[in-house]
Design a protein around this ligand. Structure first.
Ligand code: NDP
Length: 309
């Protein structure tokens, strides 16, 4: 990157929100840089087929979808840097974004860093990732028609995913590590009333069983210490998300869980810094909603830049 070049927009993050933002700012003829990190494409590159992104009636491979979005942004002359951001300085214009030993400067920034689903940290969970272990019922529930699955967690997400999965699965266990639920009463009651759902409390997952695909869970009752095996076909994790926002602490306002606070126009607490996608979104976390938010933030950034001229 040429030294002392000032971009109109620096987009940090390269999932659906980042690439969509780049398509829009590139097409608006703004000088755009996407800082992609070392693993461009975000969460979608770790899944297989995406069946709920409109426009692909047969579904599309997650990696391919991201490559397509990147190529589309490139067509509108967005530039890319495959480096990890290590520091930002939003205290003055132009904003500074540091990666390795390079300093990038931008008049505006769109943060699209995403969030990663929290995992249990088990080796067996890693081994069977996308082979029966999933973090998204909306994406993968369809593949478990007539099967038995477990949802891990005791919050609203676990209840929502559990209920949703009963559309497909024959039986859904909701496995929670304690007897106290974080889920709201209405969501908990709905799950408890669902005849296909069975609650297992005070229970932790010790191991995901199976070689080529999930065949069961090894469980521990934390009150009695008893170990048991539960045969099933899939495990859905719903134990919260960790937004990738550590980098921005002290530069923009974050909420108690680390998600970025932003206004209606997608602007963060720092004027000229926008945010989109899973790093601001507690609720929907879909590729299409992230892409939509990337579009919104890029239009907001474009308008903000035009108003400053
Ligand atoms: P929460 O943080 O509310 O709940 C996470 C759950 O996972 C807790 O029960 C927690 O257990 C458990 N957990 C965390 N870490 C582990 C671990 N390592 N092993 C086992 N269990 C673990 O996350 P949610 O995603 O459920 O909800 C996030 C936010 O989104 C909330 O504000 C929620 O209300 C909202 N939401 C709203 C929905 C709606 O209104 N339709 C739908 C989904 C989410 P413990 O309690 O023991 O810590």
């Amino acid at each position: 990157m040429p030294e002392n070049q000032i971009y109109d927009v620096i987009i940090i993050g390269a999932g659906p929100s980042g690439y969509t933002a780049a398509v829009y700012t590139g097409r608006a003829q703004l000088k755009t840089l996407v800082i992609e990190g070392w693993q461009p494409g975000g969460q979608l590159t770790t899944t297989t087929v995406i069946e709920n992104f409109p426009g692909f009636p047969e579904g599309i491979d997650g990696k391919q979808l991201m490559q397509n979005m990147r190529a589309q942004a490139q067509r509108f002359e967005a530039e890319f840097a495959s480096v990890n951001v290590t520091k930002v300085d939003f205290s003055k214009q132009p904003f500074r974004v540091y990666a390795d030993k390079t300093e990038y400067q931008g008049k505006s920034v769109i943060i699209c860093m995403g969030a990663r689903p929290r995992t249990l940290g088990l080796e067996s969970e890693k081994k069977l990732w996308a082979k029966g272990v999933s973090t998204c019922a909306t994406c993968d529930g369809f593949f478990f028609r007539g099967k038995t699955v477990a949802v891990i967690g005791g919050g609203d997400s676990a209840m929502e995913e559990g209920n949703f999965l009963t559309k497909f699965a024959e039986k859904v266990y909701i496995i929670h590590r304690s007897g106290q639920f974080r889920a709201s009463k209405i969501m908990l009651d709905r799950a408890k009333a669902n005849p296909k759902i069975e609650m297992m409390t005070d229970t932790t997952v010790e191991e995901v069983l199976g070689d080529a695909k999930v065949t069961g869970l090894k469980l521990k009752n934390v009150k009695t210490g008893a170990i048991s095996e539960l045969p099933l076909d899939g495990m859905f994790l719903a134990i919260g998300h960790v937004p990738a926002t550590d980098l921005f602490k002290g530069q923009i306002e974050l909420d108690a869980l680390g998600f970025i606070n932003h206004a209606v126009n997608n602007m963060t607490s720092t004027e000229g810094v926008f945010a989109a996608g899973d790093c601001v979104d507690h609720c929907y976390r879909q590729a299409i909603t992230a892409a939509g938010m990337g579009c919104q933030a890029s239009i907001d950034a474009t308008r903000w830049l035009a108003a400053r001229k």
